[in-house]
Design a protein around this ligand. Sequence first.
Ligand code: GLN
Length: 486
Amino acid sequence: MSDGKQLTIHEAHRLLADRQVSSVELTRAALERIDKIEPSVRAVVTVTGEMAMEQARAADQRIASGNGNPLCGIPVLIKDVISTRGVRTTCSSKMLENYVPPYDATVMERLSGCGAVMVGKTNMDEFAMGSSTENSAFFVTHNPWDLGRVPGGSSGGSAAAVAAGEAIYALGSDTGGSIRQPASFCSVTGLKPTYGRVSRYGLVAFASSLDQIGPLTSDVTDAALVLNAISGFDRRDSTSVPLPVTDYTCGLNGDIKGLRLGVPGEYFVEGMQEEVIRAIQAAIARLEGLGAVIDWEVSLPSTPYALAVYYIIAPSEASANLARYDGVKYGFSYQDADSMWRAMEKTRQYGFGPEVKRRIMLGTYALSAGYYDAWYLKAQKVRTLIRREFDRAFESYDALITPTSPTVPFKIGEKVDDPLQMYLSDVCTLPINIAGLPAISIPAGFADGLPIGLQIIGKPFDEETILKIAHAYQQATDWHKMRPGI
Ligand code: GLN
């Protein structure tokens, strides 16, 4: 965890188990790294140093008494949209700047049960709306590969922190690409599980039918280890699915011979950077070399509608979810108003940033009486078409392979004044949320020193296969081992 080599979870676990290092030492190293790197990267909103040291001491005791959990004693950073009992959870919004949840999200309970050590909460686009962290009400996170560029978003803080070694892994959330696109931009591994695989209880809601929590890690083995810990049925989330959770590390054996992989042409969108296309083609050829059977000519014709569908459904759900921020129930409350309505208006005027307001307005419009059928209902129908196309494709293929993002990380400020350009960052990732599928982004090369990510999309609840493919690729390549020289 020092400035030199950064440890993975499985490496750190080995060292802890062999007593070559203690959790207290790992945690102190993470906190020192945070101290040193934060002035330039700015990935972390809240550092929980004292609490972390306490958790580390407890973890060391557990390890001494033979606790073999692979996450025990290992420092993690949590996206600030996941509720943490007693620790401020801001969603990078002025609305929740001083909000301290009285309870833990289910994923936090599960991580604590494993003996994880939380070193802090990470920066994000406000309420997870954005692709660059530039919508954070607090500050912009910088990409550790090039400090003048964005780390992606909305889980940009989590991705940048893992890339820069501020923690060994992080949790993010993904509504339309918010784990995978920043993973691509920061050259780390990012997994969005199947909708329903991981409990959303305690995840501050953006768009409830799309949101899913997942890990950002240094490699695929780590992603599997974190998924083992956080997934599974939770009676407090009625959309979590009561399917058994397998050990996701079991299938990581490098053997992808005969797996059928489809490459949907629609994902190579207009305006996609040449270097991205070339890197993805090379990565696919690599998978072919490992024995996978590639079909380069898959078509998912409804793909071009996904962006429009997403930007109706996500804001509609957001407008309903964010109605709770009325100055009474949660967070910021404007006090100097002469009526209740005025207080609510002022609370929202000050508490929400421009992108959040834009989404609330879009969603309210799409759901309003005269327009509901034309917008929201139509979008839901197209959503079904998109999902069916994937179902059909998965009759012939074990997984689909695409780029994660059409571009390498862009410059800070480059897209802030053009929301549509910003929305296009997620063309390759949004359809997967619309269909509720699992997908992983893994490092697949660089263009002029800037990271490129490969996306592998799986059948519902078949995280095993995409992890297997991603792992086989990482066995055969070194992209994921490269680290920014920061
Ligand atoms: N960038 C997309 C948006 O702004 C996706 C965000 C997300 O996945 N949370 O909505």
